[in-house]
Design a binder for this molecule. Structure first.
Ligand code: NAP
Ligand code: HSE
Length: 433
């Protein structure tokens, strides 16, 4: 049996999952890869931190050079997160001829070019299945199994933390902070959960998926982003009334030869398969011109699901015909330019929740402004009694309209004396084009 020595950069949630899988599935991994996989070193910040798994202390180091300068280490698994030093470490490892597996979507979405170019020019393999949707094989799915298609649309629930929070708020009435704390305890959230709840994590993942699905480079600044911090139980109740649910969706669509790229809370029909993706589960719904509708579904975060993707990438490297001594990887992707739609022009249906004075003529003033901006209304709801300040909640649902029309009209509506506040604006996606 051939042996391969690998190193782990990071022993947090994902690193722990990788160690557990390498240990528990040793036999299967040997049979499938033809190699006995040996962990040579594990880089951490704090050598004395309890790890909750059985790992020899001898393997743990805080000195990256012990990994970099060990020529017997052929594959390096980056599971530290963040931009630096992860970027610098991976570049240095590739200069030393080491293949890379990473789970780091933030780094890939912002500095991916330089890493891919380094791997290409050094004949190395660079794998990143774990960077999007945890254990779901979506990167390989798009990059290998769907390459015969023109992909027209892709909708993803790609952040486990926010899906967990939304699920717990909706089904158990948990508060936002309590649900976030649970997601952190389960190991789903990023080290700084702002990345999850403000939609950055999903933005990175959408950039990676769109780049693969549409064969182009995606500048992260071209991906519109909103998080879930403004979603309140009342919005969920209204969604329920419309037979809808609220999900943080990552969407890319080709429309008039331009790509729409956006991450935002979205009301979707309860009967759509994505509406039934709960907890930390993720799903990616793809429309290909040959394959039709397809949905990938599974655990989007957590130690073992993510570890599954990382270890499978290691096995893919070992199973490829690459000569680990003389690097000869020739995997190349041809990329082409795509036009990106301006988010202000991107059209959708909208839900608008406002608090207004409960007095005659208010709805008339509001609808007059919407009419001025050519926004057509589908329904208007006013329920319940006014609060102590004399305000009442109204909900407006529009027909398809551009974001610019909505924002311009809502700005003007907010300035009305009778309007206390526009409390929330949420897009509605009914999957009818
Ligand atoms: P984590 O629990 O915070 O673990 C990070 C590990 O990296 C820790 O062991 C830490 O060492 C080590 N580390 C961080 N900075 C370091 C530095 N400068 N030098 C040496 N070691 C350093 O993070 P995680 O949840 O495992 O996530 C790791 C990566 O996988 C991130 O890119 C994340 O986005 C991605 N990812 C995570 C999940 C998930 O479900 N958690 C899923 C998919 C992808 P100490 O332990 O000593 O502090
Ligand atoms: N924080 C991420 C999530 C981890 O919640 O989806 C998986 O990428």
């Amino acid at each position: 049996m051939k042996k391969v020595r690998i190193a782990l950069l990071g022993l947090g949630n994902v690193g722990r999952g990788v160690c557990m899988i390498l240990n528990s599935n040793k036999e299967e991994i040997m049979k499938r890869s033809g190699y006995e996989v040996e962990i040579a070193k594990i880089l951490v910040r704090d050598k004395n931190k309890p790890r909750g798994i059985d790992v020899s202390k001898e393997l743990i180091t805080t000195d990256f050079n012990e990994i970099l300068n060990d020529d017997s280490i052929k594959v390096v698994l980056e599971m530290m997160g963040g931009i630096e030093p992860a970027r610098e470490y991976m570049l240095q490892c590739m200069d030393k001829g080491k293949h890379i597996v990473t789970a780091n979507k933030m780094l890939l979405a912002t500095n991916g070019d330089e890493l891919f170019e380094k791997a290409d020019s050094n004949g190395l393999m660079f794998k990143y299945e774990a960077s999007v949707a945890g254990g779901i094989p979506i990167i390989n799915g798009i990059d290998e199994s769907l390459t015969a298609n023109k992909i027209k649309e892709l909708y993803g629930i790609v952040n486990g933390t926010t899906n967990y929070i939304l699920t717990k708020m909706e089904s158990e009435g948990l508060g936002f902070d309590e649900a976030l704390k649970e997601a952190q305890d389960m190991g789903y959230a990023e080290a700084d959960p702002t990345s999850d709840i403000e939609g950055y994590d999903a933005q990175y993942k959408l950039a990676i998926l769109s780049s693969l699905a549409f064969g182009t480079k995606i500048d992260i600044d071209n991906v519109y982003r909103e998080g879930i911090t403004n979603i309140k139980p009342i919005d969920m109740d209204y969604a329920k009334e419309f037979k809808m649910v609220i999900k943080l969706l990552a969407i890319v669509k080709e429309n008039n030869e331009k790509l729409e790229l956006r991450v935002h809370p979205t009301m979707i029909p309860k009967k759509h398969p994505l509406a039934n993706v709960y907890d930390s589960f993720n799903a990616v719904f793809v429309k290909g011109n040959a394959v039709g509708d397809l949905m990938f579904y599974g655990r989007g975060a957590g130690d073992l699901p993510t570890g599954s993707a990382v270890v499978s990438d290691v096995i893919a490297i070992l199973r490829s015909n690459i000569d680990l001594e003389n690097n000869n990887s020739v995997v190349k992707n041809n990329l082409w330019d795509r036009k990106i739609a301006d988010i202000k022009e991107v059209k959708s249906k909208f839900y608008i929740r406002a608090s207004v004075l409960d007095e005659p003529g208010v709805l008339g003033e509001i609808t007059a402004i919407l009419g001025k901006y050519n926004v057509s209304l589908r329904s208007v709801i006013q329920k319940g009694d006014q609060n102590e300040e004399g305000n009442v909640t109204i909900v407006l649902v529009t027909h398809t309209t551009s974001q610019k029309q909505i924002y311009d009209s809502c700005n003007e509506i907010s300035s009305l004396r009778s309007v206390n506040n526009i409390d929330n604006i949420i897009r509605i996606e009914d999957f009818k084009n």
